[in-house]
Design a protein around this ligand. Structure first.
Ligand code: GLU
Length: 309
């Protein structure tokens, strides 16, 4: 029993669950159930133009068919804008966030002048142009400073029993992923001041995730490895907002025929509602669990026992 364990699965309703997303769903459910914890579902519909109508209901139906029932009704990010605004206001008041007037083109020009090449995920590191003010230009987006925390410090709120070793040393953030082991990133050098509210007015994933995980008291985040690279940004934001840092476990990805993460774009089939056990067995295999026969309930019960052993 892990005291007060609360985990979550946070699908974006941009497509149905498929073999890849089921791995994260099953792993987060098993991790919670194996310690008698609470498991929640959050629909991440913050990027509204990318969401498809009815997809939330389909995903919940697919989870139910797989026996993955949340302990409370799901929450929707699209209903939570006032909370994201409150967090942004707090960050602005404490000098962490600032408005940015730069267009994509201007950022490209400034980065080229610095000799910057697109390396990390084909993203440019924001050169910090608007840190010193807008100089009369209209604000487009809001960004978080990554040049704070110059001093070395352990991250706040880590429970003494935690296996995490979260630490900021000389601007390098180190944390311990429960599966991947010790990880580190120099946010200022590798990512730069990142967007909290986009130029189109939409809330950035990083801010929404951090506010929502804290609001629901999430202690353990279990999700796909493609999101591991976001973790330092989220830990940084938690620190800036004075919020606790959960423990992180990033699950292996299922690759599509082109060798990239399986997604709707590279031909992922929606999980077949008529064959939930077959889909669960495939997901369990990716997690290193043995195949299970019988029905969905008995397979899940078997894996709950095997999860931490
Ligand atoms: N909504 C994200 C996705 O579907 C997951 C975010 C998270 O688990 O932090 O990829």
């Amino acid at each position: 029993m892990v005291q007060g364990y609360t985990g979550r699965f946070a699908p974006s309703p941009t497509g149905p669950l498929h073999a890849g997303s089921l791995v994260a769903a099953l792993a987060s459910w098993l991790d919670a159930r194996a310690v008698g914890g609470t498991w929640l579902v959050r629909i991440e519909d913050v990027d509204t133009p990318r969401c498809l109508p009815g997809m939330d209901a389909l995903i919940l139906q697919q989870l139910a068919a797989c026996g993955l029932q949340p302990d409370a009704p799901p929450t929707y990010q699209s209903h939570r804008s006032p909370l994201y605004q409150q967090a942004l206001d707090q960050l602005v008041a404490s000098g962490w966030a600032y408005p940015c007037a730069c267009s994509r083109k201007e950022i490209e020009v400034a980065c080229a002048a610095q000799g910057q090449v697109r390396s990390r995920n084909a993203e440019l590191v924001y050169p910090g142009t608007c840190r010193s003010g807008l100089h009369g230009r209209p604000a487009r987006a809001w960004r978080l400073r990554t040049d704070k925390f110059k001093e070395n410090r352990p991250l706040a709120h880590i429970p003494p029993t935690s296996v995490a070793i979260n630490l900021i040393v000389n601007g390098i953030l180190t944390w311990n992923d429960r599966l991947l082991g010790p990880q580190q990133q120099n946010l200022a050098a590798e990512v730069g001041d990142f967007v909290l509210r986009r130029a189109d007015g939409l809330w950035a994933y990083q801010l929404a995730v951090v506010v929502d995980d804290a609001a629901r008291g999430i202690t353990h985040v279990v999700r796909g490895q493609d999101l591991a690279d976001n973790t330092p940004r989220q830990i940084w934001l938690q620190q800036a907002l004075g919020l606790p840092t959960p423990q992180y476990l990033h699950t292996p990805l299922v690759l599509g025929p082109n060798g990239e993460k399986l997604s709707k774009q590279n031909g992922a089939q929606a999980l077949d509602l008529a064959q939930p056990l077959a889909a669960l067995n495939a997901a369990a295999g990716v997690l290193g669990l043995p195949a299970a026969g019988g029905d969905v309930a008995s397979a899940l019960a078997q894996w709950v026992v095997q999860w931490n052993s």
